[in-house]
Design a protein around this ligand. Structure first.
Ligand SMILES: Nc1ncnc2c1ncn2[C@@H]1O[C@H](COP(=O)(O)OP(=O)(O)O)[C@@H](O)[C@H]1O
Ligand SMILES: [Mg+2]
Length: 475
């Protein structure tokens, strides 16, 4: 059976274009849209399982923003809430929000439209009209429940994802997209007792097992959302208030998002952070930079927090790398801007964010990077000097530390020549107040030479004997 969509409306809507294009008559009257489109829009788009949380949190954030700016009575103080329930034993995930919801009268149409987002052209974060399908690849049943203010009941839409996957696999079944949807989707209406006046929730039942069972692993989900979701900064982070003020043009969201009823999550930034398992460091100062768009407007606001630049910061700290955000949701990962650094590794030494405001800088469909256009190039061109600045700070800090190490840790260096250094070590450990000025100088120069690690054991012996001779001479 073939699947078709009429092109009549396309023709009517673009009569001029059709007239201008002579060979359009060669096109068929109907465009075939096959079932595989659904796989392309779910499994193929969201290869990183955790990214489905980002899609649902993003929808929740848009819906809460919409309710808060709706002028609806009682929302002067906007209390956006996103609740995530993760039940590993039941293999169930539920993500609910108290945003606008969707009116039951239009919900079926909205939730069955594909690639036709009502948000396109608005300030909302989503715009491609496919993100809600992300869960299809990772569960056996996906359920949406919603209602908007004024609705008596709520709508429930169930997607039989297992049946859908079987249909996609079946090479003998060649149904139209619409026919497949008709078979796997069921709709019902329910009394809305104990439900908020407006809400939306998505429930994934029988969640499939992925690497580390990440979707049902609360610590992994928490760490992911602390980096990606539009959460408030932690109150103990000393620059949280200043950043909120300076980022006032950004739709920060800053919603309360809680997992399994625990205290709401906060962004991962704190005044101290782990550079590695053994080394901690402290953030020292904040740098803010505004980047301009092609017309001289504001393209992005960058903030960087400088520190001691001890080395590449462990990814476990969840703050490493210059990150990109649109609508306060992260695009890509900590490595996104590797290319703009003189050496990619220096991105790992950096702590900071680029909040993008220019709507012409567009996240790609997978949200793992940006569409490559002149506006994105203009942005990266302005980021490069900042990246060079980070690399410079990293190199300077590193060489200063090396110098200090050479001067301050002679024993450590001498231990390198352990087999024959008993006498050397005892010499170096001679308390410096018992040495003359000349002896001190000589000792320092010897320590410098050895610390530079360019002295062979033989050379070391020669210098040492000179030192001993010098020291044994009358003062
Ligand atoms: N949490 C939600 N609250 C209210 N409406 C929602 C929610 N999630 C999805 N929707 C509706 O479904 C539509 C499609 O969502 P989605 O497929 O994620 O595409 P997009 O976010 O790009 O529009 C949204 O535009 C919105 O109208
Ligand atoms: Mg979306």
């Amino acid at each position: 059976m073939s699947s078709v969509v009429s092109r009549k409306s396309v023709r009517a809507g673009s009569a001029k274009a059709a007239a201008a294009s002579k060979d359009r008559s060669a096109l068929p009257d109907e465009v075939v849209i096959g079932k595989d489109v659904l796989e392309l829009l779910s499994a193929a788009m969201y290869v990183e399982p955790l990214s489905i949380y980002r899609e649902y949190v993003q929808n929740a954030a848009d819906a809460i923003d919409a309710r808060c700016s709706s002028g609806e009575p009682g929302v002067e103080h906007c209390d956006g809430k996103i609740d995530i329930t993760i039940e590993p034993a039941q293999r169930l995930i539920r993500i609910s929000d108290n945003g606008m919801g969707i009116p039951t009268a239009t919900a079926v149409r909205t939730l069955l439209s594909i690639g036709a987002s009502p948000k396109r052209g608005t300030r909302a974060r989503g715009f491609r009209g496919v993100g809600r399908l992300a869960g299809l690849a990772y569960c056996r049943t996906m359920v949406f429940r919603t209602r908007a203010c004024g609705d008596d009941s709520f709508l429930e839409m169930r997607w039989d994802s297992q049946r859908l996957k079987a249909a996609l696999r079946d090479v003998n079944q060649n149904d139209a997209l619409t026919e497949i949807i008709d078979r796997v989707v069921s709709i019902s209406f329910h009394e809305a007792i104990d439900r908020p006046a407006s809400f939306f929730e998505v429930e994934l039942q029988d969640v499939v097992r992925t690497k580390h069972d990440a979707l049902l692993n609360v610590p992994l989900v928490t760490q992911y959302l602390e980096q990606v979701a539009p959460l408030p900064f932690d109150a103990s982070f000393q620059w949280s208030e200043e950043l909120i003020e300076r980022l006032s043009d950004v739709r920060l969201g800053n919603f309360d998002l809680a997992i399994n009823g625990e205290p709401p999550l906060r962004r991962a930034f704190r005044d101290t952070f782990a550079v590695s398992e053994k080394i901690d460091d402290t953030l020292e100062n904040l740098e803010l930079v505004e980047l301009t768009d092609m017309d001289g407007g504001l393209a992005a606001i960058v903030w960087l927090c400088h520190h001691s630049y001890f080395g590449a910061i462990t990814i476990k700290s969840r703050v490493a790398g210059l990150r990109a955000r649109v609508g306060n949701i992260q695009i890509g990962d900590a490595r996104l801007f590797d290319d703009i650094f003189p050496e990619a590794r220096f991105n790992g030494w950096c702590i900071g964010e680029v909040h993008i405001l220019d709507p012409r800088i567009v996240p790609n469909a997978r949200r793992d990077n940006f569409e490559q256009n002149i506006h994105f190039s203009n942005l990266t061109a302005q980021l490069e000097p900042l990246a060079r600045g980070i690399a410079r700070r990293a190199r300077t800090a590193s060489s200063q530390r090396n110098k200090a190490k050479k001067h301050n840790k002679p024993d450590l260096v001498i231990d390198k020549h352990d087999s024959s250094t008993t006498s050397k070590r005892s010499t170096f450990r001679q308390p410096s107040h018992t040495l003359t000025g000349g002896q001190k100088l000589l000792r320092k120069s010897l320590l410098d030479s050895i610390a530079a690690s360019n002295l062979s054991d033989r050379d070391c012996e020669i210098v040492l004997s000179e030192l001993l001779t010098e020291m044994s001479q009358p003062k």
